[in-house]
Ligand binder design. Structure first.
Ligand SMILES: Nc1ncnc2c1ncn2[C@@H]1O[C@H](COP(=O)(O)OP(=O)(O)OP(=O)(O)O)[C@@H](O)[C@H]1O
Ligand SMILES: Nc1ncnc2c1ncn2[C@@H]1O[C@H](COP(=O)(O)OP(=O)(O)OP(=O)(O)O)[C@@H](O)[C@H]1O
Ligand SMILES: [Mg+2]
Ligand SMILES: [Mg+2]
Lengths: 223, 223
């Protein structure tokens, strides 16, 4: 579904160059769950941002269904980000002056076949927090609104940057169960960045990053 | 050092009342490390905000060295927050247009005996990220700046809301080692909210929250 070929990413910091990605090649197959792990600063979020069309590679190619993202017009890239990708950000990025429900609704506005906003909030256990603003939600509640907003769009590709970072064991487990159901019942492709080792066990493959390069790729026998 | 007596906290949401804390009594002893655990939404951040003087109780009393926080003038409360408390926020709350180094420096400006800003950034492994702005830092790097900023003030009380949430195992372990050293070598009092079970093992006591009340309090034999 997604193909990264020899992707590098360099950030220019005045005179200093930060090599965030040092040549990453990775295939992501339709309907699989890939987990990305690695130390803080190793390039995981950078990869996800490039795959999700939020950032561009400095060199190398990224293909979605064999279409080169770098060759897309702004309109095509916008449609890609809106319809094909559901992104759960590491810092949630909720709209502060919209309620939890409104945050989910605005994300699904121009999408072809969204899920029902109330139902999705219920799926993440927040049915009774629909009218709270982000500032009136706990950390874990904000994270779950970010998750609900991404999956309500009903996208092909669900990209999750540390989706259980702020969640206790039980809530985290139920969120993971939700992601697994999206994969198995709806055939979605899920990429999860996590520091939580448990998530690795349920994935089809685990990709380990270090200093901007893939150092290990493990396929799980029976996830 | 800190005493909470029958503290409640209710948030008014139009016609609905959210009972975030339902009567919490807790003593925090000088020089100990207390870990707070519990499900998402159970009231952990609310307790920390009240102890840190960032929020007030709806009823009940909170004492720091036998002084009632509710009785403090605004000036005294400001001095309490600035000098006595180092706060690592669940969402880091870094100043977006200041570099990592500047974020640490502004926190130590009016403090009596701060640590050296460069040294503290080095302690959290970010010596070579001092000139990056928050937007140019990975999630885990931002979290470490938030930690550096809190401990650089050299406060009596270090309050940490999920300080390792965005960190991989090794980086998280080194941050915890740092907190333990602050306690053992400098006699600081540390309160840590976490979903990481490992942190519970190094604490002197573990407090478990559920629905705004303490449901369990365990003292570790040999932390
Ligand atoms: N806009 C930017 N400008 C400069 N450097 C950047 C920028 N964004 C990221 N970096 C650097 O690139 C490296 C990789 O960052 P990235 O966010 O991908 O790490 P990560 O693996 O997601 O880490 P974490 O687990 O801490 O979230 C980091 O060392 C970071 O400092
Ligand atoms: N300003 C507010 N207005 C209304 N309700 C609030 C407000 N702040 C918090 N709450 C509610 O109070 C409860 C406790 O919140 P708190 O942030 O203390 O939880 P927490 O234990 O830190 O959770 P998490 O592990 O998810 O961070 C939550 O159910 C939340 O929805
Ligand atoms: Mg990241
Ligand atoms: Mg919290």
């Amino acid at each position: 579904l997604v193909k990264m070929v020899d992707v590098t990413k360099t950030f220019q910091m005045g005179e200093v160059e930060v090599r965030a990605l040092a040549g990453v090649s990775l295939d992501i197959f339709a309907g699989e769950m890939v987990v990305m792990v690695g130390p803080s600063g190793s390039g995981k979020t950078t990869i996800l941002n490039i795959v999700g069309g939020l950032d561009s590679a400095s060199s190398g190619d990224v293909y979605y269904r064999d279409i080169d993202l770098a060759g897309m017009s702004d309109r095509e890239l916008t449609r890609y980000r809106r319809n094909e990708v559901g992104f759960v950000f590491q810092f949630y990025n909720l709209v502060p002056n919209l309620t939890a429900l409104e945050n989910v609704l605005v994300a699904t506005e121009l999408v072809r076949e969204p899920m029902d906003a109330h139902e999705v909030l219920d799926l993440v256990g927040l049915a009774d927090r629909a009218d709270h603003f982000p500032a009136q939600l706990s950390g874990g509640e904000q994270q779950r609104v970010a998750i609900a907003r991404a999956i309500a769009k009903n996208p092909e590709l669900v990209l999750c940057d540390e989706p259980t970072g702020a969640l206790d064991y039980r809530t985290g487990k139920s969120v993971l169960g939700l992601l697994v159901r999206l994969k198995r019942e709806l055939g979605k492709t899920i990429v999860v960045i996590t520091h939580n080792a448990e998530i690795g066990h349920i994935a089809d493959r685990v990709v380990r990053l270090s200093s901007g390069a893939i150092v290990e790729l493990v396929a799980n026998e029976r996830p």
